[in-house]
Write a protein that binds this ligand. Structure first.
Ligand SMILES: [Zn+2]
Length: 83
């Protein structure tokens, strides 16, 4: 059985975030920082290496060029889901 895809819901739309995040791969250069901006009430992080963006509600966790989760990112992840 085939499902009809609603034209009102674009493929890949997950809801929650008012615009698609920019996501690129650059593990050799990644350096994440808190942009100080907010996206739909969430802290918006950005990578200085590739321009990727991240908010705490994302299912993935960014890591920096050293392979570690940046401190501010880890802190933001810990505090999400508490409200
Ligand atoms: Zn990056």
């Amino acid at each position: 059985m085939r499902l009809r895809r609603s034209t009102a819901t674009p493929p890949g739309y997950r809801g929650g975030v008012p615009r698609p995040l920019t996501i690129a791969g650059c593990r050799s250069l990644c350096s994440w920082h808190d942009t100080g901006d907010r996206l739909d009430g969430e802290r918006l992080f950005a990578c200085a290496g590739c321009g990727s963006e991240w908010v705490p509600s994302e299912a993935w966790t960014p890591i920096d060029y050293e392979g570690d989760v940046p401190g501010p990112v880890a802190a933001a992840r810990r505090t999400r889901g508490t409200g």
